[in-house]
Ligand binder design. Sequence first.
Ligand code: 26Q
Length: 795
Amino acid sequence: MDYKFIIKQRMEGYTLTSFGKNLQECSINEKHIALSKALMEEIVPPWRESEKKFKDKKRAYYLSSEYLMGRALSNNLINLNIKNEIESLMNDIGVSYNDIEEAEEDAALGNGGLGRLAACFLDSAATLDYPLTGYGIRYAFGIFKQKFMDGFQVEAADDWLKYGDPWSIRKEDEKVRVRFSSGEIYAVPYDTPIIGYKSNTINTLRLWKAEPLEVFNFKEFNDQHYDLAVKEKNDAENIGKVLYPNDSNDEGKILRLKQQYFFVSASLQDIVRNYKMNHSDFKDFSYYHAIQLNDTHPTVAIPELMRIFTRIEGLSWEESWNIVVNTFAYTNHTLLAEALEQWPVKLYKALLPEIYDIIVGINNQLMHELGGRGIYNSEAYQYEIIQHDSIKMAHLAIYGSKSINGVAKIHSDLLKDRELNQWYRLYPERFNNKTNGITQRRWLLQSNQELSNFITELLQTDSWITDLSKLKDLERYINDENVLRKFLDIKQIKKDQLAEYILKHDGVQIDSKSIYDVQIKRMHEYKRQLLNAFHILDLYYRLKEDPNMDIVPRTFIFGAKAAPGYFRAKAVIKFINDIANLVNNDSDIGGKIRVVFVENYRVSYAERIFPAADVSEQISTAGKEASGTGNMKFMLNGAPTLGTYDGANIEIVQEAGEDNNFIFGLRVEDIMEIQSSYNPYEYYNGVPGLRRVVDSLINGTFDDKGTGVYSELYDSLLKGANWHRPDNYFILKDFEDYRNAQQAINDIYKDRINWAKRCWMNIANAGKFSSDRTIEEYAREIWNIESTKQEVNIR
Ligand code: 26Q
């Protein structure tokens, strides 16, 4: 039977039984659900087959408190190779595919880089036919929705499950119990299929929902204690209520600790239960399982598996420890001291006394081992898992894992040489690097069809979709003007599309012929959006002085959420919005510069911005950005990097050539040298134009509505405020060099072909930054798992 007809029939059946109406009568949200459910009917049978395929094989598990998945519909249609048919079906039944797509809420169960990396990894593993299962939490609310009021960020709940989630299936019969000192709750799994691109594998993302053992207490109800009758339910459900919107600062909150233990314990119980179905002892456990810890957030897995082995399964401590260390691997995602997780001992003792006992046992064993190597007292102290009154999660993760990796070369080197040097000296063989990557399926094929088609046409193959190194062959067109012009035409199309979208969603008209200069990422001091803002203001003042100044028109685009309690980051959002207001409404500058801060930046918005960008702003203080992955998305879509020598920027320019990007500013070595003697006043007074823009924070140019956030920001730069040194991130020091790099961009951009060559070299050399490459490295060098790809190809 006709495929389209079958899908349509399923949609009709679904709307009847679930919404009580005909397909035509349904709202766009209902139609979206009906289509997704019809597709699930297609997906589940091969999903079950795929599960069987990996039986008796070693598998890897990704433990992550965050998954920033974005939308699933288009991604699934592309990976199933049925997007055209479905678009045509929607056309037949008079529904706009685009509207259906836009009806889907982003699954935004993550903050930023670390959560999006997890999502890219799942896509790559399924595409490469590796058995990788993701475990996490099914938060009722994802990262908050952002609105601007008077230029200030205001947060609203992200009720992403409002219309239900058609992509997940509740597995009631596989729920497990998780025990806290305060009582027991259920963890109920919801499984989402992770469909590889034209592969034979559909992996699983299993997210746990927290539920009470008893949904209603009749005794309390009868005693007229109505609140107590549902207290247990509310307490349990609170655990999975909301994603913590903090993407760096460690927050020692009991609810977060509950979240961590909740999903970790459930996941390990699940893994052990499955293992026991086919094995009568645990000797081979680490032979069959590799468990990757996505940062320290799931590190309680180490003592929890020790608990399961020693206290439930009756294994000896020694044997258990041996299995544990050979099972876990830990990825570090940050060098910021304030982001290193530590938990107050008293929280652990109160909530998880048994786990705390085991951590003490692990720490004692570590001290004993150090003693055996002649390390005592103050030297041993730097390794302690329990220091003073807090538990250092990174120390626990390192001691309990066979592998410790950073996420870009410079980051891994800094871990070895500085932050974790004592551990590196102890276990050098455990340390390794896995430079991050991104999936080209979402970040090029799906988001930039025009460029994708062009690349396929030039290469005369679409094999780049699963082997990104193929892009290197594009270099042969570097002197082909027709190709370069076509690239520029495509860029223009994407810029026009974005302009239209921004007008519709943010109400700002931008000039799509201007340079799109883009900084999209979480708002954080170390990422230095403030440096970008100061430069814009400087440019504005220079234009006011000289309206005939010869500059290529520019649109500065920002997208960023700030953690709700991070007041200085919120002040920068307000500052940029105020600059936008000033600049966009001043006819003196003749529309030469515009500033737009898009509201509620998220994965689905990012998919529209990256393809349209001309300049990729990657301007973190050197040594602070572990890797960055947005930088790779820009590169892949042909936007040169304007960046510091930090994170993966270094590897990007190594691949694409320093001449094709714009590197500026202090390097890690420079910072180490000047750190103790740095005096921002020198630059504030000495660099022409700098004082003028810094002073705008306090001289009445802008109005922070009496909140005082602007003067606090000013003080943080010049006086040092709230724990940190004056200008802790060297904004004033790097300003002049940044402005020069911006000037170079202006000058080079005018020569369109010269500019296009630089973009082209970035695309052609983006191969390394596929998460397929990263996953291959994890699979071979850490997990030791096999792909089923070969077997299929041989047949
Ligand atoms: C920790 C404790 C308490 C509350 C929150 C947190 C927390 C939550 C999220 C700490 C950190 C995060 C997220 C970190 C993150 O996204 N790091 C980024 O990871 C990317 C993937 O490796 C890198 O590319 C980025 O450089 C890095 O900043």
